[in-house]
Design a binder for this molecule. Sequence first.
Ligand code: C2O
Ligand code: CU
Length: 457
Amino acid sequence: MTLNRRQFVAGTSALFAVPAIGRAATPPKTIEARAELARIAPDSYPETEIWGYDGGVPGPEIRARQGETVRRTLLNSLPQPTAIHWHGLRVPNNMDGVPGLTQEAVQKGDKFQYDLPLKDAGTFWYHSHNQSTEQVARGLYGAFIVDETNPPDTDHDITVLLDDWRLGQDAQIVDDFGSMHDWTHAGRMGNYVHAHVSPMTEVLTNQRLRLRLVNVATDRIMYVSVRGANGKLIAYDGMPVTQPEDFETLVFGPAQRVDLVVDVTADVGEAVQIILHERVEAFVIAELPVSRRGTTVARGAIEALPPNPVSVLKDVSDALTVPLVMEGGAMGGLRQGSYKGQIMSSDELVREGQIWTFNGIAGLPENPLASVSRGDVVRIQIKNDTVFPHAMHLHGTHFQEVLADGSLGPLRDTILVDRVETREIAFVADNPGDWLFHCHMLSHQAAGMKTWLSVVL
Ligand code: C2O
Ligand code: CU
């Protein structure tokens, strides 16, 4: 009998049933950000010089159980200052990894210790949050998986990181991170979309897979489908849906995730394929070959995961409502904006590398978008007055979309707001601190699209 992950996890839970919070701290592991050679392009090309955590792309997958505390000491061996953000994890504010808001950037040769209590189970990821247009494009990211106490019964648990590289003919990363053309348009698009699949054993017919898809690209929106397997979507951005959903083509703004549970329908010799859809073409970006016949035991229905312990939103009708108007970019007609406390013409802004504004302000404003008390219900009306989509990410807490009929969408930490569209999100501000709220198209963030919220005790 082969031991599958479910059995392994069930086996360990018997031994370590004690919740880990409050247990004696184990010394933190070091995670080193450094340059290294890695195989990104096909074998006929040279290796690519990347920046990676522990020298790898992606960085090591961090995996722990809900309720545990993960500790990592970041050692910066890069030629630039850096910091790590734990995307989607509801961590204490001083662990959030945002230079200029929650910590000082970690200088070359220096260290910073992150202590991350894991409140939620789900699919998260970690990435650099300093000069991120460059640092994430060079490879500074990895998956962060938090296991449920009782994970669903599957034969494989597979992480698929969707990335987008801009490589030259020599397979080296093109060094044009500040390109104004990219920043004023849809961001820095690569020319080589790549899916990194976590190591796994062989896939057999009829097996049940959990697929965790993460868009780690700096700017590209990905349209993805799965062929050769059938099932349900069970989580968005790490947070379980109440009712597993059918899915076809999934849309991933930068930083967005989904968890799927699917049963293999492909036959021996075929493969489960991850397909990337472009305007008129489709590409296979990952394949899980089906090597042998598996048993045909009938699988049970795909069940919802237990909810994470988030504060439940009920009535949003008398929530504090905060407008956020996005302007700027190419064809946006921005006349002026405020930057570092000064009103500037659009030409002056461009000279500062600032192209986009939130409520007329480019870059991190001195005052928060809103200052609220812990426990307040906050509603943000996001009006996209630009001709580009934006993937808005809130740090520190997940939110729900307030839909047109007043009902609430699934919990998410990143929402894709299409061109000239208005969307509303709401959440209980239960995590005290200063939290960044920004476009996760990292070029747009660098070029102005960021603000913050203050949650006071
Ligand atoms: Cu994924 Cu502000 O970050
Ligand atoms: Cu954007």
